[in-house]
Design a protein around this ligand. Structure first.
Ligand code: KG4
Ligand code: ZN
Length: 350
């Protein structure tokens, strides 16, 4: 590993360009001092993948390739910053779709090489966690993070952000599907389209969360791990059996019942993790943190438990590059820059 110790030139006003391409958003952002977002440009590929009902990796890579230069340029122009004025370039190094991650990484490397700026490889999940810092300047480790996205569902003990070993410890993780994946699959079962999370969120508001009971998987176990594939299958079985019997399916009740089951498990495990860790601060991050019912539930329960809750605005919950620049900032300030041989990784431990 060729990790370079590049101490920052100054302690004030560090300008970091962030680049994110791990899934279906091509994103670039300029952030000052890890908190002040000067620009946050996101080119979404949702329209492209909608026809397929999910992200097609090869198509995602090709679209990143055509979009990335324009997105980076737009982020710099919007921020009123030139490449020369940047202090460092941060980029998602994984986990994610490997072809997609590589486009962002190759772009960041080329820019770092051409401008002789430090390169900062950021773990995508650390990026999501750092999204909570963008609008909560007082938030600092140690704290507990519940990361809920399309690829991950984890409870993380955050002890540091410098990029040092032991900064983060995963207390519990999904053993199968991520909760966002379950949302997307339930949306598909109900014929709501892609991406499913926001559609299930909206439809659930019209349904009765108590009308259909779905199993709360692993709720009673002492473990902080999650499992969402059984819940997804439970929804599929319910809908199929109703259809086979010629009975109507109330999609809003299914959406509300599914969501209630998922939220019961997420909130119970998070409360248990908070009690176990003794942390008094919780960050709720990742794409599913944009969910209105989850936000409301966590706000209510953290208030009751006397835990301070930090949730990013929805635009910083789903994939974006401001979170990557923020995460990169802490690595930069600690002198933890990467060399140009930094590799992309589809799977990467936190
Ligand atoms: O963090 P993210 O943008 O990408 C990953 O790193 O996976 O998360 C995307 C996931 C998708 O599964 C999407 O359906 C879900 O977040 N999502 C939502 C909502 N908005 C996005 N899930 C539930 N309710 C929402 N409002
Ligand atoms: Zn993500």
């Amino acid at each position: 590993m060729d990790r370079e110790n590049t101490q920052p030139a100054s302690n004030a006003g560090a300008l970091i360009l962030g680049i994110e391409t791990s899934c279906d958003e091509t994103a670039a952002a300029v952030v000052r001092d890890g908190r002040k977002v000067l620009s946050n440009v996101i080119a979404s590929q949702i329209d492209v993948h909608e026809a397929f009902g999910g992200v097609v990796p090869e198509i995602a890579s090709r679209h990143h390739l055509t979009a990335i230069n324009g997105v980076v340029k737009a982020a710099l122009v919007e921020a009123g910053i030139t490449v020369e004025e940047l202090d460092a370039i941060a980029v998602t190094k994984g986990p994610g779709l490997i072809g997609a991650v590589l486009i962002g990484l190759a772009t960041a490397k080329a820019m770092a090489f051409a401008s002789d700026k430090p390169l900062l490889g950021v773990h995508h999940i650390k990026g999501h966690i750092c999204a909570a810092l963008l609008e909560h300047p007082e938030l600092a480790p140690p704290f507990l993070a519940l990361v809920v996205s399309g690829g991950h569902t984890s409870l993380v003990s955050v002890r540091g952000l410098a990029g040092n070993p032991g900064d983060m410890a995963v207390l519990g993780s999904t053993r199968d599907d991520a909760v966002g994946e379950a949302y997307d699959k339930v949306a598909r079962i109900l014929g709501l389209g892609y991406p499913g999370g926001p559609k299930v969120d909206a439809l659930a508001k019209e349904g009765d969360p108590g009308a259909i009971h779905f199993k709360r998987v692993m709720l009673d176990e002492g473990s902080l791990d999650f499992s969402f594939s059984g819940l997804k299958t439970g929804v599929a079985n319910y809908v199929n059996s109703r259809k086979q019997a010629g009975l109507p399916v109330c999609a809003a009740d299914v959406a509300a019942g599914f969501q209630e089951a998922a939220l019961d498990v997420l909130s119970a495990k998070t409360c248990a993790a908070a009690a176990m860790s003794g942390y008094d601060t919780l960050a709720l991050v990742g794409g599913v943190a944009a969910n209105s019912a989850l936000r409301a539930r966590m706000e209510r329960e953290s208030q009751q438990a006397g835990v301070r809750l930090c949730i990013p605005s929805p635009v910083y919950c789903t994939d974006n590059a401001a979170m990557v620049a923020c995460a990169g900032y802490f690595q930069y300030m600690a002198g933890n820059a990467d060399g140009l041989s930094l590799d992309a990784a589809a799977a990467l431990p936190l």
